[in-house]
Ligand binder design. Structure first.
Ligand code: NAP
Length: 246
């Protein structure tokens, strides 16, 4: 029998990350995921994954804290022996216009979105390199490609993720590890739920497909990039945005 594969999804408790975890579980992977909020229903998540056939390891760990990340990866290796796919999904926004943005707002977003991606990737690739196999998918955003007023911190973090992804793809290709980024447009999750209705209306008008995307649609793309079906794709940024940025 073929050995079961494992996926590590950062920030897998809600939104896109949760859909990604469920999609991989459905397709036969065991799942490692982390979160930060004390409100997270770990038992509920464990059950949802179990119902899809997956064993799971669900731990509280901040992606910007190297020690906490190392602990997750160590426990994951002890439990599953390997990590085949890494999805760097955890991310936050702290929107403000440039003139009103504090250094704290700028630093916090860069620390979690960009440095967190670095910390987790470094901790996981150590084991992928030993196996000479792996796929990494990083969550960028269309605003990392095209910019967005009121999000200079977030856009910078997501543009940084693109450079990071391409460098890692070049560095690790010889070890049979692929790295790609996905750049979602506006996806209906808690992150976009907070936007005022007028802003949402304006967003719909900018999207050729005239609607927000769903977390499930993003999960399908991420699953493809983690699977062998994409074995010749590395170092790419794939937009999933209803045609918003062409
Ligand atoms: P979301 O619904 O706000 O969920 C964010 C997830 O990240 C939660 O699981 C949260 O955990 C976790 N998280 C936040 N800070 C963390 C930290 N320091 N350490 C570990 N986990 C942390 O977000 P989403 O909309 O699903 O977005 C997921 C990713 O896609 C993000 O990187 C986002 O930038 C990107 N993206 C989203 C959109 C969109 O329109 N939604 C568009 C483009 C890109 P808790 O539940 O514990 O808080």
């Amino acid at each position: 029998m073929e050995e079961k594969k494992t996926v590590f999804v950062t920030g897998g408790s809600r939104g896109i990350g949760k859909e990604v975890a469920l999609k991989f579980a459905e397709d036969g992977y065991d799942v490692i995921l982390n979160y930060v909020s004390d409100k997270t229903d770990v038992d509920g998540l464990t059950k949802e994954l179990k119902d899809k056939g997956a064993e799971s390891l669900i731990l509280k760990a901040d992606v910007s804290n190297a020690e906490e990340v190392e602990n997750v990866v160590k426990q994951a290796i002890e439990k599953f022996g390997k990590i085949d796919v890494l999805v760097n999904n955890a991310g936050i926004t702290k929107d403000n216009l440039l003139m009103r943005m504090s250094e704290e707002e700028f630093d916090k977003v860069l620390e979690i979105n960009l440095k967190g991606t670095f910390i987790v990737t470094k901790a996981v690739t150590k084991y992928m390199m030993k196996k000479r196999q792996g796929a990494i998918i990083n969550l960028s955003s269309v605003v990392g490609v095209a910019g967005n007023a009121g999000q200079c911190n977030y856009s910078a973090s997501k543009a940084g993720i693109i450079g990071f992804t391409k460098s890692v793809a070049k560095e690790l290709a010889s070890r049979n590890i692929r790295a790609n980024a996905v750049a979602p447009g506006f996806i209906a999750t808690d992150m976009t739920q907070v936007l005022p209705d007028a802003v949402k209306e304006n967003i719909h008008n900018q999207i050729p497909l005239k609607r927000m995307g769903t977390a499930k649609e993003v999960a399908e793309l991420i699953y493809f990039l983690g699977s062998d079906a994409s074995s010749y794709i590395t170092g790419q940024v794939i937009n999933i945005d209803g045609g918003m940025v062409m």
